[in-house]
Design a protein around this ligand. Structure first.
Ligand code: PRP
Ligand code: MN
Ligand code: MG
Length: 181
């Protein structure tokens, strides 16, 4: 495989910064859900790293499930029309659900997903995302746990891909222009 470092412009958040922030989010989540059973739902594929690290940073019992969704529409922008590729195996009736994401961009995917999960009769549905781009928001979305608000730049790593690559980086960075030009 070719040299990953050569494809990167700069590191936005290092492994240490991400792990530190995830520990803080986990402490908030432990406190907020004390005495309640929590189901965390990871949105494949981007959320795998956040799910794995967040779950291990939590001190409370937690159950884990996964969904895979795909946005219809052309190009790289999500359209808001979402298709379920893999559904949950858990019945959400009466459950406390926390959706875990790597990034909220337009917010269209999560807005659709939150509405969809709310229709299944859970006690609560909240959202936790490592990254959020406020300048890209197309819908009002209430996000309870946000790792970092970032500028409207294309970022990769720690689950985030460009054409399915760079997900395996342990940090978040921006790509050098030669990669996508
Ligand atoms: C990315 C990201 C979020 C979504 C955010 O997933 O992981 O799930 O887009 O975009 P939005 O806020 O504009 O809706 P993607 O569809 O690229 O799938 P992936 O997680 O498999 O990479
Ligand atoms: Mn995703
Ligand atoms: Mg993607």
């Amino acid at each position: 495989t070719s040299d990953v470092q050569a494809d990167l412009k700069h590191v936005l958040y290092s492994r240490e910064q991400i792990q530190q922030r995830i520990a803080e989010l986990a402490a908030d989540i432990d406190k907020d859900y004390e005495g309640r059973e929590l189901l965390i739902v990871g949105v494949l594929k981007g959320a795998v790293m956040v799910m794995a690290d967040l779950a291990r940073a939590l001190h409370s019992h937690v159950k884990m499930d996964w969904m895979a969704v795909s946005s219809y529409g052309s190009g790289t922008q999500s359209s808001g029309v979402v298709r379920i590729l893999k559904d949950l195996e858990t019945d959400l009736m009466g459950k406390h659900v926390l959706i875990v994401e790597d990034i909220i961009d337009s917010g269209l995917t999560l807005s659709w997903l939150k509405t969809n999960l709310l229709s299944r009769g859970p006690a609560t549905v909240e959202i936790c995302t490592l990254l959020r781009k406020p300048a890209a928001a197309k819908v009002d979305l209430d996000v309870k746990y946000v790792g970092f608000d970032i500028p409207n730049e294309f970022v990769v790593g720690y689950g985030l891909d460009f054409a399915e690559k760079y997900r395996n980086l342990d940090f978040v960075g921006t790509l050098a222009p030669h990669v996508y030009e």
